[in-house]
Design a binder for this molecule. Structure first.
Ligand code: COA
Length: 408
């Protein structure tokens, strides 16, 4: 049991349950694609890409990588840090624009592979703002008291939705995944404030048309020339939008909890373009160093960029207990989102987390694999039996009726 005294109710939410980030993890594919390699595909150069974006290289998913497999690795690492069993997770949200399927959700696949058998699971579509949206949903579920533990994964295989003939977009994006575990606590802190916004009038500035789209199915109505499942973008408009909303939404999220910008230790922005971050820093009148940037190594990994940057900030010791940190995302929709977090997960024993060995988690993953195989095998077997003996179900039901009503 938590030893801390229960805190007073939070003035914003009225809840005295707080949602803390207690685990984090990231995963990127091994394959690195440099700007030089990019210039062999489209007419561009290392100098141009670095000068206009800050990107030097990005990761590209291999044949055995997918949105779910990268997300799974990040999730396993986050559970490791949180030191919890998959069965403790009650909600899995995957923020992605490159889901494995329209459905089933990537979240359901990861839930199954982890063996998170007590969890609900769904995907979240808010483009590059998706991670902040998903953490907000998870935190709200925790703060309402309906669940105690949630897993948020942001995973992308952007390389698979690039138009590799469009140098305005394909140079920017990369693949990767990040994840966090959130847990209920009565210790004040964790997710303190969120600002979520959308302006759908900018729907045509950045997008990936899919099966239900008028954009590709009815070119007469929508003569945009966009390609199905390929990203299109109006770079300069998106640039202006992003530079404006970062400062605005951070200020709003801080105002909500009465914090000043000079009390913030670190801003973890969506990694879209180094020049966007510089412009936001100028607008906020802060040093650029308050923002973490790793765009030079990964490019824009869409929803995954914030948790990946968070993991690296933690690794570098840039986040310490009681620090106020801010996440800020923006992207297709248009959507944008800011979140203020008071860092400092309560100690494991205070979180009621059982101290678990790595082996128990590994055993749980293996068990999950076998469980899924067994269930699928049973399903196939029962289908085969029904095919061989089509009347068996009817006979069985009839027997049951007879037993029930004692008609013999
Ligand atoms: N290599 C070389 N030249 C390129 C190029 C590339 N990859 N892409 C565009 N150009 C050229 C253009 O054709 C144009 O040439 P022109 O002047 O002869 O017409 C010139 O460079 C300037 O193009 P422009 O689009 O104005 O460049 P920019 O400075 O706006 O940079 C982006 C383009 C895409 C890098 C920039 O607009 C951007 O980063 N926007 C935000 C995108 C983003 O972050 N999206 C995701 C948000 S989640």
């Amino acid at each position: 049991m938590a030893t801390h005294k229960r805190s007073a109710a939070d003035p914003i939410s009225g809840s005295s349950i707080y949602a803390h980030i207690v685990g984090w993890g990231m995963a990127v594919p091994d394959r690195i694609m440099t700007n030089e390699e990019m210039s062999a595909i489209v007419e561009t150069s290392d100098e141009w890409i670095q000068a206009r974006t800050g990107i030097k290289e990005r990761r590209i998913a291999g044949e055995r990588d997918s949105t779910a497999t990268l997300g799974l690795k990040a999730a396993q690492r986050a559970l490791e840090v949180a030191d919890i069993l998959p069965t403790e997770v009650e909600l899995v949200i995957v923020a992605t624009s490159t889901s494995e399927n329209i459905f089933p959700s990537t979240a359901s696949l990861i839930q199954d592979w982890l063996g998170a058998s007590n969890a609900g699971a769904f995907d979240m579509s808010a483009a590059c703002s998706g991670f902040v949206y998903a953490v907000h949903m998870a935190a709200q579920s925790i703060r309402s008291g309906s669940i105690k533990t949630a897993l948020v994964v942001a995973s992308e295989t952007m390389s698979r939705v690039m138009d590799w003939q469009d140098r305005g977009t394909c140079i920017l994006f990369g693949d990767g995944a990040g994840a966090v575990v959130l847990q209920a606590s009565d210790v004040e802190g964790g997710v303190l404030s969120t600002v979520l916004r959308s302006d759908g009038s900018g729907y045509d500035l950045l997008g990936i048309p899919s099966v239900g789209s008028l954009d590709t199915c009815a070119p007469v109505v929508n003569p945009n020339g966009h390609k199905m499942y390929k990203m299109h973008m109006n770079g300069s408009e998106v640039f202006k939008f992003a530079s404006r909303v970062i400062g605005e939404s951070i200020t709003q999220a801080l105002d909500n909890v009465g914090l000043r910008l000079d009390e913030v230790k670190l801003i973890v922005p969506h990694q879209a373009n180094d020049r966007i971050i510089q412009s936001a820093a100028r607008a906020l009148k802060v040093e650029k160093e308050i923002f973490i940037s790793n765009i030079e190594r990964y490019g824009n990994t869409s929803a995954a960029s914030i948790p990946i940057a968070l993991c690296e900030a933690i690794e570098q010791g840039r986040v310490q207990p009681n620090d106020y940190i801010v996440f800020v995302g923006f992207g297709g929709g248009l959507t944008w989102a800011s979140m203020v977090v008071k860092w400092g997960a309560p100690e494991a024993e205070e979180r009621q987390a059982a101290v678990l060995g790595k082996q128990r988690r590994q055993a749980s993953y293996t068990l999950a694999r076998w469980r899924a195989r067994l269930i699928r095998f049973q399903r196939r077997l029962s289908n085969a039996v029904t095919r061989i003996r089509p009347n068996e179900g009817r006979v069985h039901r009839l027997r049951h009726k007879i037993d029930q009503h004692d008609l013999r």
